[in-house]
Design a protein around this ligand. Structure first.
Ligand SMILES: *Cc1c(COP(=O)(O)O)cnc(C)c1O
Length: 384
């Protein structure tokens, strides 16, 4: 037997009561019973996103919500700005180009966040840009962006602010309305603590005007159809068959979040990621994030002579813990330890212990116990 754990930045572990919900009989989706659950999920998603605007539920992974955002706000020939700090930011660029947009790109070196002055300069230089695409948290590098400051810039610009909050929302502060975010996208398998398969989109009034005028061909992801289904009858509905079991699971997971409160959820992620970072530093390893280190995961530079593809495989196959390696140009060079979603105080200890043991077995020059000792000290201090 091998007990398995997930310490990856998605998919993440799912609480037992949420797993059990999926074993319940499937309901018909166009019934008052199901639509009560849908209503609850939509209300609680507004709470998590910090919005009073409609929330649309898509049966897709997070990337589907990214595509829905693009297909509804971008028209071929538009000029858009992409602020990319890693692989997921690059996905915005590829997608916008696939829809025929001309892309102005801001791309600091990986490991760094977007500089607010550089974003301002790009917006000033491109008054005709129709949208700015960014990440709240860039999962590939473990760096988050200052969305609040960037929102102040787009508030006075024609461009819509489109934020991929797929890994960051439900883990770190995010206020869609207060920060002036125009389109928010999020997936279900990260901070929202259910299996992969659902994604969410919400749009500001400024975005909605653009969406109503948008002529880009689309059907399944046409957000106007989602809005119509939400509002045409007394209780909300989805335009196509709802992913019934996932939505039932989401209802249970959101109750857990609501009960803990957004603020306490954010604080827990901050504490756990800090413990991992401190442990890794005590071990003598280098963090990959040079600023704004993520709370959903810790990105770590491989010690001399260690291929992180082999390290991650060893931790998964020998110890039963799924972590993540590097993506894109960082493949083999960094690895990422998740502290996202259903995680608590003892997870950082396990994660850093596994890293120490695997590195030692692979011949790295580290002293085992040094990182874990520091993790324990930091946790005892922060949980006093
Ligand atoms: C996971 C992730 C995605 C992609 O989501 P999928 O569910 O794999 O489609 C996009 N952006 C960020 C920041 C992510 O963390």
């Amino acid at each position: 037997m091998k007990k398995k754990y997930i310490m990856a930045p998605g998919p993440t572990e799912v609480p037992p009561e949420v797993l059990a919900e999926a074993a319940k009989p499937v309901m018909h989706h166009r019934t008052p019973q199901f639509r009560r659950i849908l209503t609850e999920v939509l209300d609680n998603m507004k709470y998590v996103l910090g919005t009073t605007r409609s929330v649309y539920i898509l049966a897709s992974s997070g990337t589907g919500a990214m595509e829905a955002a693009i297909a509804n706000v971008v028209s071929a020939g538009d000029k858009v700005i992409v602020g990319t700090i890693g692989a997921f930011g690059d996905r915005w660029e590829s997608m916008a180009k696939a829809y025929g947009a001309a892309v102005v790109k801001i791309a600091p070196e990986w490991g760094y966040a977007l500089k607010v002055e550089e974003v301002k300069a790009a917006l000033d230089a491109n008054p005709d840009a129709t949208a700015l695409f960014i990440q709240l948290n860039e999962t590939s590098t473990g760096v988050y962006n200052d969305v609040e400051a960037i929102g102040k810039l787009t508030a006075n610009h024609k461009a819509l602010l489109v934020v991929d909050g797929i890994s960051g929302i439900g883990a770190q502060p995010f206020y869609m309305d207060k920060w002036g975010v125009d389109v928010t996208v999020i997936g279900s398998q990260k901070g929202l603590m259910i299996p992969p398969g659902l994604a969410y989109v919400s749009c500001s009034e400024k975005a909605w005007k653009v969406i109503e005028a948008n002529k880009t061909p689309k059907f399944y992801f046409d957000l106007k159809r989602y809005e119509k289904s939400l509002t045409k009858e007394k209780m909300p509905d989805t335009p196509w068959t709802s992913a019934v079991s996932l939505i039932m699971q989401q209802a249970v997971a959101l109750r857990l979040i609501k009960e803990e409160t957004n603020e306490k959820v954010w604080e827990r992620h901050a504490k756990l990621s800090k413990a991992v970072r401190e442990g890794i530093k005590a071990l003598g390893l280098e963090l990959f994030a040079k600023e704004n280190p993520a709370v959903v995961l810790t990105s770590i530079v491989a010690p001399q002579g260690i291929d992180t593809k082999i390290l991650v495989k060893k931790i998964r196959d020998d110890y039963g813990i799924s972590m993540a390696g590097g993506q894109g140009k960082m493949e083999g060079l960094i690895f990422r330890v998740g502290t996202l979603g259903y995680t608590d105080r003892f997870d950082p200890i396990m994660g850093v212990a596994a890293v120490e043991m695997a590195l030692k077995e692979m011949g790295a020059a580290i002293e085992i116990g040094k990182g874990v000792k520091r993790v324990m000290e930091v946790l005892m201090e922060d949980y006093k």
